[in-house]
Design a protein around this ligand. Structure first.
Ligand code: NAP
Length: 406
């Protein structure tokens, strides 16, 4: 039996990852600090991973350590040997190195800026140094290099976020303005919920290479699993598990004009995939306790858009959903950011002449629809990952959507 030792593990992805790697039992062990001594002394477990806040405790509890664990000063994988001794390794080292390669980051002769000075920062510093970085700057809120003198390091080539800033549920927070770092070609963020933090969305918009922490999480798990089952696992398994997780976790989100079929196709898709379906217009109606035409008539479009912004942000923070958004949601910049965090975005593009007009306050006539279409079309195109032409046949559209997503 294997598992993960930590304090609060409710949202851990490790059991899902290990279930994809092998036919072994993998449990979560949530322990308080006073329970650690007896946990480390228990010889019934063959091996386990260790996460925040116990990686240093595990380091101290091991009888023997790998070179990597010694360098980093913490342990994320413990193996109980046949003679009863405990061996400690740190597979985060491999995990981060894999993540960096996946994003095309080459540390040789580069200036690397690392945000945060905790445990993960130490791993990143050691990998960057071992892989030939010319200069490594650690930014700490209380250190010599801090967020007030970042201008000294606008010439950094690679930026790595090892802080929890921007992590769920505090989506949208960020520590730096990436546009100042003109020389930077690659941004790595260890966070994997959301799949794209604001920092990574900025990187995408600015055309820089980037990666989130999901590949690191999977790669470190694969290296731990090899030690659990005492068998080499091919590196292709990392990508397989990563891609499976990504497909399971990513939302499929629809944008498009009112009446283009977002709700109809979205519901069919959710049913087919066994996923939760969320319609942001329905969220607004439920939140306000009145219809959308009523909201427009009583409080105007500005108020409606404010409520819509809250609902879009809330809907897009969660993962594994099918989401239909209101036709005008793309107008606000903040909504386009929320959509990009966790979703693959599909623009359902339907011929203007066949768009429905009933019960839709801003598209009550064909002239109004044409005007709206002209304004919104470039926004739909810019935010979407795929455009699917639609007609009256929802099943045909559904198949086109499935081809794009999977
Ligand atoms: P940690 O030891 O608590 O360190 C986090 C560091 O972030 C702190 O030392 C602090 O540095 C900085 N920080 C914390 N709150 C901040 C704030 N509000 N503003 C600015 N800086 C702040 O945690 P960790 O183990 O290093 O983990 C850090 C992050 O990496 C977490 O989000 C974790 O989920 C992620 N992680 C991911 C993987 C993966 O496989 N993808 C693996 C390990 C960790 P200063 O006090 O110096 O500013």
């Amino acid at each position: 039996m294997f598992g993960l030792l930590g304090r609060k593990l409710g949202h851990s992805l490790s059991p899902q990852i290990h279930a994809k790697l092998g036919d072994y039992k993998y449990d979560l062990f949530c322990k308080e600090p006073e329970e650690l001594e007896s946990f480390f002394a228990d010889k019934s477990l063959k091996g386990y991973n260790v996460t925040i806040p116990y990686k240093v405790n595990a380091f101290n509890a091991c009888d023997e350590l790998s070179q990597r664990a010694k360098k980093i000063g913490s342990v994320n994988t413990c193996i109980r040997r046949p003679d009863g001794t405990l061996y400690g390794d740190n597979t985060d080292y491999f995990g981060f190195s894999y993540m960096a390669k996946k994003a095309g980051a080459d540390f040789r002769d580069k200036k690397v800026l690392i945000l945060g000075s905790g445990g993960a920062s130490l791993t990143v510093q050691i990998v960057a140094r071992d892989e030939g970085a010319r200069e490594i700057i650690v930014v700490s809120r209380t250190g010599e290099n801090n967020y007030k003198n970042l201008n000294l390091h606008y010439d950094s080539d690679i930026i790595v976020n090892t802080t929890p800033v921007g992590m769920y549920p505090n989506n949208g927070e960020k520590l730096i303005e990436l546009s100042h770092f003109e020389k930077c070609t690659c941004v790595l963020d260890l966070i994997y919920n959301p799949l794209k933090t604001q920092l990574l969305i900025d990187a995408e918009i600015l055309g820089k290479n980037y990666a989130n922490g999901l590949s690191m999480l999977v790669a470190q798990a694969v290296k731990s699993a090899e030690q659990f089952i005492d068998k080499k696992i091919p590196e292709t398994e990392i990508d397989r598990v990563y891609n499976e997780l990504l497909l399971e976790r990513r939302n499929i989100l629809f944008v498009g004009m009112p009446g283009s079929g977002k709700s109809t196709v979205g519901k069919l898709l959710a049913q087919k995939l066994g996923r939760e379906f969320v319609d942001t217009d329905e969220m607004i109606v439920e939140k306000e306790g009145r219809s959308i035409p009523d909201i427009f008539a009583t409080d105007g479009e500005g108020y409606f858009r404010d409520v819509e912004e809250e609902c879009v942000s809330q809907a897009c923070k969660e993962m594994g959903r099918v989401i239909a958004t209101g036709g005008g949601a793309v107008i606000r910049f903040s909504n386009r950011f929320s959509m990009k965090e966790n979703s693959v975005i599909i623009f359902l593009d339907r011929d203007v002449s066949s768009l429905a007009t009933d019960g839709r306050p801003l598209s009550s006539s064909i002239e109004k629809i044409k005007e709206m279409y002209g304004i919104r079309y470039p926004l739909y195109g810019a935010v979407a990952d795929f455009t699917v032409k639609t007609n009256d046949n929802a099943e045909v559209t559904l198949n086109e959507v499935l081809k794009c997503v999977f």
